[in-house]
Write a protein that binds this ligand. Structure first.
Ligand SMILES: NC(=O)c1ccc[n+]([C@@H]2O[C@H](COP(=O)([O-])OP(=O)(O)OC[C@H]3O[C@@H](n4cnc5c(N)ncnc54)[C@H](O)[C@@H]3O)[C@@H](O)[C@H]2O)c1
Ligand SMILES: O=C(O)[C@H](O)COP(=O)(O)O
Length: 630
């Protein structure tokens, strides 16, 4: 199908063309020698064309001027673009959405509400749709993006979790994904409380028993909540609302969240404690952390072994944070006396699931967000986000990166990777304290501030800090919003560094202040966690941790050890890793004074097991060590 005709060096757009299809045609038409891109102004005239211009807002004036002059105006198709403005976009909605949101969508678009479609049925429709709106029950797979033939511009997730959307495929297909992260918070918190109370009083079991004709008053004696300790795991939006309500019920509430500000918790009347303290002191445990590589199966046999006998567990977060087989074992062993679950590793769970069928388990089919109010709120939130995105507005709830202009990307790409990795490293060094509040970024560069756009770098550092600890997805569009939402204050400082103007940056430094570190050597003289990195040969390198100089490629898994600077250390650690078949990819040692203290960085291809890490920790000359993943 022809999307554009190349005439006299200019692209003439047919009336139905969208910018994404135009872009694809442009990209795939590199064999034409004389194609010119329409001017930014001309593209802005078209609503449907302007979505991908979001990142132009991220450009400095200078870069923007350069871009505009390079992409010179062409006599294209103003009328063609106007025609595109007039045609309403089409939105496919595959799960039930609140009526106010639907009305709003209908006033801006042709809306096709088709529920319970299979992936094949969605694929059959999607090439005629500009946007798709789903909840957690629709899988938006790579095939959907492929079948859209470039027409699908926005996927709206009417809720928080986007585990059902293939983000990588969306990004590769230039499709923006937006979600509605706030409107169902209260509903999820209320469902957590509902599950806790009905579990404690056997409401579901007693109801089933009475309906089966029995009258079992002695069997269903419950437990009281007042003065019991509730541990909230994950003190974000939902967790803190559960805390407020549980305090109102007379419970003693503690929470574990290594990244939440302690003062925010204290203001609600909650103490933030360590993971072990939370699990071992709790009578009730309620889970509210996102599903991330760190939290996956965080409730496992070892965790249950820490708990008091007879604890009660509530999960309205994500099924994957619990090892479900371990939970069945803990229930059978009486460690967990009851569980109340809204979410499951696989949804719907298998028909013969031992967990679902367990007598002491109360289950609901992922109903956390299912109140009339939340669904109305979510529908409005997602409808506005989708319509805004179709009109080319920047969305504060965008969850994947929009297209980055090539000239900015090509210059800053390695520094963007460095920035994200420094953020990821810094946050993994945090042990707790009063939460992450202040981030200081220092750029050493020979460029003047208006010749180097650090907003992209700041966004990538923010992404690196927030994503490993949250369910929020951060990109160039929503980074500042996400930081503000979490109470992160980010300050930037530019230090002149005398070098060639061809090199945009000499180094990037990230400091997190007022936090404790699980690796004390990462603390610099001013008390902050400090990591500094450079781009060497196009790759990100760590050059300083705390006050120690080092040179390590920032990739894969890395073990950092602080040790007494003495011969044989590299061999000792290397042999331990070798014995457990862990391949070392690199090693580097940095020190302050010879034969005093040194930091050793060891890159490993496989993650060492706990036993091997324990043996490394047991080496006398090693004062401390930490393993982190980038
Ligand atoms: N059942 C439902 O219908 C329903 C509804 C809404 C939200 N949810 C789920 O609930 C969860 C929380 O949602 P939210 O909106 O409060 O998210 P949020 O991002 O506001 O809060 C998550 C909190 O977890 C913390 N955290 C991250 N890693 C942690 C760890 N290892 N240990 C302890 N805490 C950790 C983060 O610091 C953050 O404060 C998400 O998984 C979300 O998908 C489910
Ligand atoms: O992530 C969410 O927002 C919740 O899990 C709710 O999912 P739902 O929209 O399918 O109810």
């Amino acid at each position: 199908m022809a999307f554009a005709t190349v005439t006299s060096g200019h692209v003439i757009l047919p009336t139905t063309v969208t910018y994404s299809s135009f872009r694809r045609q442009f990209n795939s038409s590199s064999h034409h020698t004389s194609v010119s891109i329409p001017s930014t102004t001309a593209i802005r005239r078209s609503r449907s064309c302007s979505l991908f211009l979001g990142t132009s807002l991220l450009l400095t004036d200078k870069i923007r001027r350069r871009r505009i002059s390079r992409f010179s105006p062409s006599p294209i198709s103003t009328c063609a673009l106007s025609a595109a403005v007039d045609s309403k976009p089409t939105i496919l909605i595959t799960e039930k959405l609140g009526s106010a949101g639907l009305d709003f969508l209908r006033s801006h678009a042709n809306v096709d509400c088709s529920y319970n479609l299979s992936t094949e049925e969605i694929c059959a429709k999607i090439s005629l749709c500009d946007a798709l709106i789903v909840r957690s029950g629709t899988k938006v797979t790579r095939e959907v993006f492929e079948a859209s033939n470039g027409r699908l511009k926005v996927v709206g997730r009417a809720g928080v979790g986007i585990d059902n959307v293939d983000l990588q495929a969306a990004t590769e297909h230039g499709c923006l994904v937006v979600n509605a992260p706030t409107a169902n918070t209260i509903a999820a918190a209320e469902h957590g409380i509902a599950l806790m109370i009905s579990m404690a009083r056997n409401v579901a079991q007693a109801d089933a028993s009475l309906k089966a004709g029995k009258w079992q008053r002695n069997k269903y004696v419950g437990v009281s909540l007042v003065r019991k300790t509730l541990a909230i795991m994950g003190f974000g939006k939902v967790g803190s609302e559960v805390a407020r309500r549980a305090i109102g019920l007379g419970m003693n509430v503690i929470a574990h969240d290594p990244y939440a500000p302690a003062d925010r918790a204290r203001a609600i009347g909650v103490d933030l404690v360590s993971f072990e303290e939370a699990v071992s002191n709790a009578d009730f445990i309620s889970l509210h952390m996102p599903l991330t590589p760190t939290t996956s199966k965080i409730f496992n046999d070892q965790t249950f072994a820490l708990a008091k006998k007879g604890i009660r567990l509530i999960n309205v977060a994500r099924g994957g944070v619990i090892d479900e087989e371990a939970l069945v074992r803990a229930l059978d062993a009486g460690i967990v006396s009851q569980a109340a679950l809204d979410v499951f590793t696989e949804e719907p769970p298998p028909q013969d699931s031992k967990l679902v069928k367990h007598e002491r388990v109360t289950v609901t089919p992922h109903l956390g967000a299912s109140t009339m109010e939340a669904q109305e709120g979510v529908a409005i939130e997602i409808a506005e986000a989708v319509v805004g995105a179709l009109q080319g507005e920047l969305s504060a709830t965008a969850v994947n990166a929009p297209m980055v202009p090539l000239e900015v990307l090509s210059e800053l790409a390695p520094y963007m990777i460095l920035a994200e990795k420094l953020g990821r490293l810094a946050v993994q060094l945090v042990a707790g304290g009063s939460g992450i509040k202040c981030v200081k970024i220092v750029y050493r560069s020979s460029r003047s501030p208006d010749d180097l756009d650090t907003r992209i770098l700041r966004a990538m550092i923010t992404k690196g800090i927030i994503e490993p600890i949250s369910s929020v997805f951060v990109n160039l569009v929503n980074a500042d919003f996400a930081a503000k939402q979490r109470g992160l204050r980010i300050s930037e400082e530019r230090i002149f560094y005398d070098s060639s103007l061809e090199i945009p940056l000499n180094s990037i430094e990230v400091e997190l202040s007022n936090v404790e570190s699980k690796f004390a050597s990462a603390i610099s003289d001013n008390g902050s966690i400090r990591v500094v990195g450079m781009v060497k040969d196009g790759d990100p390198h760590l050059t300083t941790v705390g006050t120690f100089g080092i040179s390590v490629s920032l990739e894969g898994s890395i073990i950092l050890c602080r040790q007494i600077d003495q011969p044989g250390m590299i061999g000792m650690v290397g042999s331990l890793l070798g014995e457990s078949n862990v391949n070392v990819s690199f090693m580097s040692v940095g020190r302050t004074v010879v034969r005093n203290q040194a930091i050793m960085a060891i890159g490993v291809d496989e993650e060492p097991d706990k036993e091997t890490l324990g043996k490394i920790g047991d080496i006398n000359a090693i004062d401390e060590f930490v393993l982190f993943k980038l």
